[in-house]
Design a protein around this ligand. Sequence first.
Ligand code: PAF
Length: 281
Amino acid sequence: MIDVTSELAALRDRVTGWKRAGQQVAFVPTMGNLHAGHFSLVELARRHADRVVASVFVNPTQFGPNEDFSRYPRTPEADTAGLDAAGCDLLWLPSVETMYPFGVEATVRIGVPGVTETLEGAHRPGHFEGVATVVARLFNQVQPDVAVFGRKDYQQLAVIRYMVRDLAFPVEIIAADTRREADGLAMSSRNQYLSAEERPVAAEINRCLQSMREGVRAGRPREQVESEAASRLSGAGFAVDYAVVRDRELGLPATGHGPRVALVAARLGRTRLIDNLEFEA
Ligand code: PAF
């Protein structure tokens, strides 16, 4: 049966006890409103450790002023039941005061250079600073041996890896594959904002990523592949933030063969969706 706590001392006691008994502890940070994608992260965490801690914290510092912080869905009962069924041992539910004891405005912030300056970082100023800031705190609170992050947030994963290496966090980062609906739409808590008319259209993002991959593999110029993808998405009703092909470090790829990632961020009505596809060119 899952344990739930909002007390830092209780969290520390549990984790310290497990570690003293020689058990490995895995961690899955979330913002709640959990779906099958999150539960698959917990299952992956289980395979890498004896104990799994998950957190639910809707982090105010990673939302911009016009983003969906206040309307972000909060479903604590369903989250707890789902985590229990997925094999999570402990749910960490910190308050804003526990997370930011000096207040959100006066908190120590963590800025990650380079990788945060493009794509999501350019379209959501301050977002990755908020993510790095909260994940560093969560790591200090939970003190896990391993932590699991989804590949759907490709750039977030790169930011976390950079921070872990640069700040020497003793945490191994594990990347989990994206879970998809039957029509290819990447699972996301934000999918529930989509109207009945928008929902089938949203799957166009994944189809578009696949045709970007085919275009690159066929040797077509990257710029052409990107502009065709953006036009295709606009034609389907999206407002496109970006549709790009990058190397795996998110730099402009060299010509020729090699590892690539196609990334899309686009809004359908009021819902902003992101997705990506890693492939070999
Ligand atoms: O990916 C998320 O849900 C969030 O960005 C995270 C990592 C839990 C930090 O708030």
